[in-house]
Design a protein around this ligand. Sequence first.
Ligand code: BV8
Length: 247
Amino acid sequence: MDHSAAIDALAAHLRDAQFVCALTGAGISAESGLATFRGPDGLWKGRDPTEVATPEAFAADPRGVWEFYNWRLRQAAKVEPNAGHFALVRLAERVAGFGLVTQNVDRLHQRAGSRDVVELHGNIDEVRCISCPFSETVGRRELPAEPRCPNCGDWLRPCVVWFNELLPPDAVRRAAAWARECDVFISIGTSGLVWPAAQFAYDAKSNGATLVEINLEPTPLTPHADVALHGKCGELLPTVVARLEAL
Ligand code: BV8
């Protein structure tokens, strides 16, 4: 199916859908200037995730992990949402029901105007103490090399979900419910390699939803997709929404 026919088909599915669930990954933030995790400029490129994104790594070298997250905060402070993020805000206004689930921690969806975003992997805007209930929103402000809790003096950590950490139960529950009930599930800008986030697309498909992939390149999900659009989110998503609005 060529792109134009696929976009027509997708617009018709969206028009007729009662509920649309979108799952996004690092690829939707790439055109804002944030590196993805496994692309050529990938965050993990040359840096094993277990080096910087696990509780074990933090316990062993909190300064080293904070060096990585302060770099992430510096990057996040420089960027703005892109046309892909804004297209999802418009899509939510034009379908009967919409749920947005993200693996991203950059909060660009919220800055674009998306509401009620389910964050499977937390966010880097917030930090919490590893020993007491203290937490705060730091925005994109870089933190000291050794961020300490003002209450008890122990280390602060980013409110992200590291590898080998459980995802927030409420986020998983909400994403699972949307995957179960949606008519259309759109996987956007994700390699589909991180679990259990990758599972929701397969759950939606097995629940009878139309499965759509919008990604720069094919992924393990592609063979399962009813509609696969390979290209840039910032170009494809606005085109899909414009086609829907023209119906
Ligand atoms: C857990 C927060 C239970 C930190 C992140 C089953 C099978 C195999 C392994 C596992 C499994 N179940 C669990 C695991 C282990 C592990 C895992 O999945 N490992 C993988 C790597 C094999 N999962 C976990 O540990 C999870 N927890 O299972 O808990 C448990 C509990 C205790 C003990 C044991 C188990 C927790 C995973 C969460 C990790 N945290 N982020 C931070 O960000 O600093 S994950 C990280 O990867 C980011 O959140 C990122 O979003 C996420 C997923 O990656 P993608 O978003 O897909 O990014 P990627 O670069 O891979 O792909 C981008 C895509 O975009 C590419 O395809 C590219 O082509 C495309 N693209 C690029 N530019 C564009 C574009 N597309 C369109 N337009 C463009 N312009």
